[in-house]
Design a protein around this ligand. Sequence first.
Ligand SMILES: *Cc1c(COP(=O)(O)O)cnc(C)c1O
Length: 498
Amino acid sequence: MFTKQEQRSWLKIQCALGRTARQYHEDLVETCGETVLPYRTVARCIRAFNEGRESKADVAQPQVALVSVTMSAVCSSWWETFSMSTAIGHIRQLMCLTWSQATKRNIEGGGFGPVLWIEFGVAQWSERLVRRTKDPDLTVQLASPEQLQPKPEVTDLQFGKNFTDHMLKILYHESLGGWQRPEIVPFENIVLHPAAKVLHYATELFEGMKAYRGVDGKIRIFRPDMNMERMNRSALRAGLPTFDGEQLIKCLCRLISIDQEWVPHSESSSLYIRPTLIGIDPSLGVAACGSAMLYTILCPVGSYFSGTGENPVSLLADPRFIRAWPGGCGDKKMGSNYAPTIQVQQEAQGRGLQQVLWLYGEENLITEVGTMNIFMVFINDRGEKELVTPPLDGLILPGITRASILHLSREWNEFPVSERRISMAEVINLLGQNRLLELFGAGTACVVSPVASIMYNGENLQIPTVKQEYPLYARLRKTLTDIQYGYVPHPWAVPIDP
Ligand SMILES: *Cc1c(COP(=O)(O)O)cnc(C)c1O
């Protein structure tokens, strides 16, 4: 069995071939426990390896080292080439078998799979690390075993704190003809000129997406084309270069595939994907960028809010603070929109509340909650249940979860669905008449998050969202997560390995 300790420090067994196969096997058993295949199978693999080696006279005294590596590396084309060239296909099979046996045990608790790796001939390692993949437009440099990060317990995951082993990097230089070849590299710091535009004028934008491990083991991403379109709209507004969204999706899928062991085997968790575009020209002029970097980092995440997703949130609605305004950039996912919200969020927390309900204008229109779009379910003048959300009038970030909720509920065709402005006066009025049923936020991070209360003008309004017998928010969340986790086949859920 793999204990947590072993997973953290990674397995490392050095074993010269001079030792007997039985000794080698004993080492394996000692470290890996019962998950190791029977000695007979291992012996056959080692024999196969030896035969391969003997035919290559120039490989002097190769060492077999069993160190850590992810399953994804075993599946990578680098591994394929490597294993073919050293005639160790059998060993690869062995590792896959060992891996899947061990994984079965480990993922019962909803964690990550354990990792194993066989490395042959240390001297050959480095030159084989960098190689072109089948896709000529992408280079991949895999992390060496020493660079691999330990995986945290899924229950310890905090949003955006743990990152995977690799990242995607694409440079843009107008002077070199535009976008350069995308690279997947070991996770690393980036180096910027101190005058880089992003550091002075916040020429930055980002996206937030997720990869989900489905019930069938397949990894899927959700409506990535919509993220690409939105990212390009943000880029245009920021004077940053636009790009081919389909190509970026391909690169993202490859990156996720390489780091696939970082996609948690758990349904309350997923792999958060953060594509980021920054202006890197080394000049202080306030001008469009001639140089940019598009990079993507990945982090395994649990539930966005502490506790389970069922904890309804309490909100602060303070008309003194405004998130977005007509003609501004509140409808773009630009970094510059978020720094000014931090102090307000702190103010909410200081008052024992969790999130900010963003208001706008004389009428105190409700626009968004935290970094989520907002929805209201109420009884309309005709006595029907109705779903409503503010319209995309420039004040609202065009959420993909928002669009999906609107699409699904219009498809159901069971109740009216509208996009129109909602004022605080209307909220209070509906509450007073017991006609306000639900208020909830919607976004990739949390899917759907019910609201329990709003602190407004010194009054704490109680919202009965989680008191409904069959709340719409719960039905929407189930429908969306069923699609994301592969329970229901749907064109919105795109497998990373088609
Ligand atoms: C990202 C974001 C959303 C939600 O968009 P999704 O595409 O559904 O994740 C909503 N509001 C703001 C302000 C956001 O930044």
